[in-house]
Write a protein of this length. Structure first.
Lengths: 159, 171
């Protein structure tokens, strides 16, 4: 492994730990964990049903990775740190998980989606927002070509 | 935006008016005139911000019940979800197709992917996007459930990301 890759891996793990520590006190939400009513919501509910954040597996993450906008604010605060741990640890590669998490952390242009984003963020205290900012800034540094990268960097105060 | 601004109370989203729903997909049942009126009235007022809410759900249940009462024996069924316009069996097939497509890898972000892989992933991302849209158009009249539309858009951003990468690389 190249030294650069090794350092990048260590940085990712450190970010995941920082986020998990910041979100440690978030209570496990009661169902429903999703907004709306449909087959995709049911998939997410089934994947997360009865699972504590530390019990989430790569298969669960694969199941929900495209659907993180469906989570209630409470489920978002509880499960997203665990999903970030899976995305950043490198133990099990879950295609598109980090991209899916970035997508829900980049401020959307759509007014309805923006209201949901603001609702989620409003419930987080400063240490939790700072921990998420660490991920957003590092990820958008790595992938400046991503749609919403500039808006995310401005929103999260990345240097 | 600064973190201080984030602490402001969330603003209510402006309602986005959408055109009336497309005609209900062919289902082997005909709603009564009263049920059809209910359906048209709701669709006309419905927005993708979910502003129909409980009232729409209640109307949807009334409509489903009205449709079910008129259905021939053997076809009696309640649809699984509010606003659903296709039979459950059709929805199950589309949903199952969507899952088998979307659970395959299609992110174009990881590592230095070659042009062949990028093009293949772009094609898969388009397939996933199409499969998700199809559930909306074929089984929900292309209307309502803002949450579902949001996750369709999310996959759309992956499609755009792949296209951008392919263009940058000159593939």
């Amino acid at each position: 492994m190249r030294e650069e890759d090794r350092r990048a891996g260590l940085l990712r793990v450190a970010i995941a730990h920082e986020i998990e520590a910041a979100f440690a006190g978030v209570p496990r939400p009661d169902p429903p964990l999703t907004i709306g009513d449909g087959p995709i919501q049911d998939d997410v509910e089934q994947a997360l049903a009865g699972k504590g954040a530390s019990e989430l597996t790569a298969d669960d993450a694969t199941e929900v990775r495209l659907d993180l906008w469906l989570l209630t604010p409470e489920a978002f605060a509880y499960y997203v740190p665990a999903l970030l741990r899976i995305a950043l640890s490198g133990d099990d590669e879950v295609d598109g998980l980090d991209e899916g998490i970035f997508d829900v952390l980049a401020p959307p242009g759509d007014p309805g989606l923006r209201a949901r984003f603001d609702e989620r963020m409003a419930q987080l205290d400063e240490p939790r927002r700072d921990a998420l900012a660490t991920f957003v800034c590092a990820f958008s540094d790595e992938h400046p070509e991503l749609d919403g990268a500039d808006a995310a960097r401005a929103h999260w105060g990345c240097g | 935006m600064s973190l201080d601004q984030l602490r402001e109370p969330p603003r209510a989203a402006p309602a986005v008016r959408r055109p009336p729903a497309a005609p209900v997909a062919p289902v082997a049942r005909t709603p009564s005139p009263a049920a059809a009126t209910l359906q048209r009235g709701c669709a006309g007022e419905c927005t993708c911000g979910g502003t129909c809410g409980a009232a729409h759900d209640a109307l949807g249940r009334t409509l489903s019940a009205a449709v079910a009462v008129r259905a021939p024996a053997g076809l009696l069924q309640r649809l699984k979800y509010p606003g659903q316009t296709c039979p459950d069996a059709t929805l199950d097939v589309l949903h199952s197709d969507m899952k088998s497509i979307c659970n395959q890898p299609f992110s174009c972000l990881k590592g230095a992917l070659d042009c062949e892989t990028l093009n293949a992933r772009h094609a898969k991302a388009i397939e996933c996007h199409t499969a998700r849209k199809r559930i909306d158009t074929d089984c929900f009249g292309g209307n309502c459930d803002k949450a579902h539309k949001d996750v369709i858009q999310s996959v759309g951003r992956t499609v755009e990301g792949c296209a951008k990468k392919i263009a940058e690389r000159g593939c």
